[in-house]
Ligand binder design. Sequence first.
Ligand code: SAM
Length: 233
Amino acid sequence: MLYIVATPIGNLEDITLRAISVLGSADFILAEDTRVTRVLLDRYNIRVPVISYHQHSKIQKVDHIIDLLREDKKLALVTDAGTPGINDPGNFLVSKVLEALSDCKVVPIPGPNAAITALSVSGFPMDKFVYLGFPPHKKGRQTFFKRIGQIEETVVFYESKYRVMKALEELRGVSKIESRSVMIARELTKQFETIYRGTLDQIEMEMKANKNSTLGEFVVVISPRGKNNREES
Ligand code: SAM
C-alpha cells in the first residue's frame, strides 16, 4: 500500500485524524525534506523511519521504494506542505509505482492544499476555476500572464516571495486585468497570515506600504471576467 498523505500548509493542527493514524502505522514515511517532516512527526509523537524522496531523487530510489512495496511494506508519502503531487513530488512516484505494480493500492489521505484554502475565502464564483501552478521564472512567463487575461473563469496560481510584486505588474501590463478583483493570500494558516483584496492598484499600494508584506508564501486569485469585479459583463 502506498498512502499519499496531505499534511499542514503551516499550522501543525491542520492534519486529519486519519493522516496521523496512517503515518503512525506506516513501515516507512517517504518525505520531501526529512527535517520539515520530523517537526510534524515529533509534534504527534510518531516514531516511524523516514526515507528521503524528493524531485531530484534518482531512479534507484524509486526502484528501492517499489521493492519495499513488493515486500508488502506500508509506505506513506508526504511533502513539505499540503497535498503531495500538487506542484511537488508525488505524481512521478505514483506513475512509476503503478507502472511496476499494477495491483498496488495507492490510497489518498486528503487534507490541506494552499490553492483550495485560498479559493475558499476569495468570495469569487467557484463553480469553475483554472489552476495554473507557478508562473515560469523567465522563458514562457509573458505567455503565462497573457493567457491569464484570456481566461474567463476564476484563476489561481502560486508565486514565490521573490516575484510576487513582479507578478502584480505583469497582471496589469501583460494580462491587462486591472479592472478585475484580485486576492493575494500570504502565509495561510500561519502567524502572519494576511489576505489582500482589491484591484491590482489597491493591493500593490497596500503591499508596498508594509515592508514585511513580501515575505512568506503566496497564492494569487483573480476573479472571473465580468463577474464580481468592476468590468462590464
Ligand atoms: N503541495 C502544496 C499544496 O498542496 O498546496 C503546494 C506545494 S508548492 C511547492 C508550494 C507553494 O504553495 C508555495 O510557494 C506557495 O505559493 C503555496 N503555499 C504553500 N503553503 C502556503 C501557505 N501557507 N500560504 C500561502 N501559500 C502557500
